[in-house]
Design a protein around this ligand. Structure first.
Ligand code: PAF
Length: 280
């Protein structure tokens, strides 16, 4: 039976009992509008923990565009059904005023990683993410927390926060879940029109092309070709295509060991991100 808590206090009281029994807690934080990508995080968490907490909270502080916050999909009834289907134990579903006081202006400063790539196009976004994930980790105190690779930069930033603050939580990055045609699963895909949906495939196709050709061209050529491919697709406006060091997100060169390609583009009215690890 899924147990739902809407207050920090009630969730913490319940978790205290779980911990007194020496049971391990796995945590999956989400913005809701759950899809198979989220469910795969829950399934992995279930294999590695006794009790699973999933949070659903559309966190206002990570939306730098109020219109984006307003139109973010909210599908709580369907979400609850899915959580019941996969036998998730606990849902934490707080209101905004349960998580924030009226006048909260603090934020963490994780350093330059939060200002690169997504940080450049969505200023303040990752400060909102670290603010809420910090709060959620303090409330849930999970043994292990699971995040998707789709927001690769988010995982890096949360890892840095955990290291900087010595937070006693282990982080696990879970592989990107894709539709059968390659599109990375995202709650935002709901907004794609049938035409957008076709055009959006250029992102995963280009990343695939890059993976196949990674050893036969140099990095500047690969980046240029990838940008040409995406720019040639109607209805798709590229924000960035980066071939980056997987730890620092600085541009990769021939000496870089861990390399990841990251892309963000506007497809019709929807902004999508995707990435592929090229070497690790
Ligand atoms: O990746 C997300 O869904 C969100 O950024 C997160 C981690 C739930 C924080 O609000």
């Amino acid at each position: 039976m899924l147990k739902t808590f809407t207050t920090k206090k009630s969730l913490q009281q319940y978790l205290q009992q779980i911990k007194a029994l020496n049971q391990t807690v796995g945590f999956v934080a989400t913005l809701g509008a759950l899809h198979h990508g989220h469910l795969s995080l829950i399934e992995l968490a279930q294999q590695q923990n006794d009790v699973i907490v999933c949070s659903i909270f559309v966190n206002p502080s990570q939306f730098n565009d109020p219109k984006d916050l307003e139109k973010y999909p909210r599908t709580i009834e369907a979400d609850i059904k899915l959580l019941e289907q996969v036998k998730c134990d606990i849902l934490f579903y707080p209101e905004v005023n349960e998580m924030y006081d009226d006048n909260e202006h603090w934020h963490l400063n994780i350093g330059e990683t939060e200002h690169l790539l997504e940080g450049e196009f969505r200023p303040g976004h990752y400060q909102g993410v670290t603010q809420i994930v910090n709060k959620l980790f303090n409330i849930v105190t999970p043994d292990t927390a699971y995040f998707g690779q789709k927001d690769y930069q988010q995982f890096l930033i949360i890892s840095k926060m955990v290291t900087m603050l010595n937070m006693p939580v282990k982080l696990v990055m879970c592989p990107i879940k894709r539709e059968t045609d390659g599109l990375a699963m995202s709650s935002r895909n709901i907004h794609l029109t049938p035409d957008d949906r076709q055009h959006a495939l250029i992102l995963s196709k280009t990343l695939n092309w890059l993976k196949t050709n990674f050893n036969s061209h140099n990095i500047p050529t690969l980046k240029k070709e990838a940008e040409l491919l995406i720019n040639a697709e109607p209805g798709v406006e590229l924000d960035y295509f980066a071939i980056a060091d997987g730890d620092t997100l600085h541009p990769a060169d021939e000496a870089t060991k861990s390399i990841v390609a990251l892309v963000a583009a506007q497809v019709g009215k929807t902004r999508l991100i995707d990435n592929v690890v090229l070497s690790s």
